[in-house]
Design a protein around this ligand. Structure first.
Ligand code: HPA
Length: 248
């Protein structure tokens, strides 16, 4: 077992992982204010893991109000080095049908007005982090291998387009995103990924496709979400329950 806990940023479903035994709830003060929720420390299939609910314990914090800096800083402070983020997305690429999981390898950021750097003070002056490859290949591989072990289909790669929300997109916006090269759309991927990079955390996203993006068919988006979210969560649980973090 790795002595270093894996960090998981996710929604409420994730804190009910079959194998996750919560041993401790830690309230972590940070230089950026309060994280979304206490960090849950425990064991996941024998591995040490630290979970934080991105939208708060009662799922009340909208994507543009999440304190991404505090959440990741708290995980780092506890000793996490690798983070898996669980994000729900709408599929733009036809292969990303509702019910699929994907591990994106690129990001296009359409968000605005969110605190998106830790490098903005005298104590923490500007640093231009490299971000050509926004996700950690080692954490991506961890997820892909774990999906293989657990027999869950997972799509390797794809461009995650991060939108501001909380409203869903117009069909024209999705059409523009498709022309830009986006395969999926979600509201929480940024600035989470770049703050993780600035904090020198190894970070990757497990995207749950819960609907087809606006104008891409499939009927009403909320009906689709209702129909597919449970199946996606079952798959994510299976993947997490067979995570094997290499001992370094
Ligand atoms: N758009 C933006 N964010 C989302 C979507 C969507 O269609 N589905 C899940 N998160």
């Amino acid at each position: 077992m790795s002595a270093v806990p894996i960090g998981i940023v996710g929604g409420t479903g994730i804190s009910h992982l079959k194998e996750f035994q919560v041993e401790r709830r830690r309230v972590v003060p940070t230089p950026y204010g309060e994280p979304s929720a206490p960090v849950l420390e425990g064991r996941l299939g024998g591995q040490l893991a630290c979970l934080i609910a991105r939208h708060g314990s009662g799922h009340t914090i909208p994507p543009h109000r999440v304190n991404y800096r505090a959440n990741l800083w708290a995980l780092k402070h506890i000793g996490v080095r690798q983070v898996v983020a669980v994000c729900s997305v709408g599929g733009i690429d036809p292969d990303l049908a509702p019910g699929e999981l994907a591990v994106p390898d690129q990001v296009i950021d359409y968000t605005w007005g969110r605190p998106s750097t830790i490098h903005e003070s005298l104590e923490n002056p500007v640093v231009h982090v490299e971000f050509a490859e926004p996700f950690s290949q080692s954490v991506r591989s961890l997820m892909l291998r774990s999906a293989e072990r657990s027999g869950v289909r997972i799509i390797d790669g794809g461009v995650y387009g991060a939108t501001q929300g909380p409203r869903l997109e117009t069909s024209a916006e999705i059409e523009r995103m498709r022309r830009d090269g986006c395969d999926m759309v979600g509201m929480t991927g940024m600035p989470e990924a770049v703050i993780a990079r600035e904090l020198e955390l190894e970070y990757a996203t497990c995207a749950l496709v819960i609907n087809r993006a606006a104008g891409c068919g499939g009927g009403g988006i909320h009906d689709q979400i209702e129909a597919h979210v449970a199946a996606c969560m079952d798959k994510v649980r299976a993947v997490f329950d067979s995570l094997q973090i290499p001992v370094d």
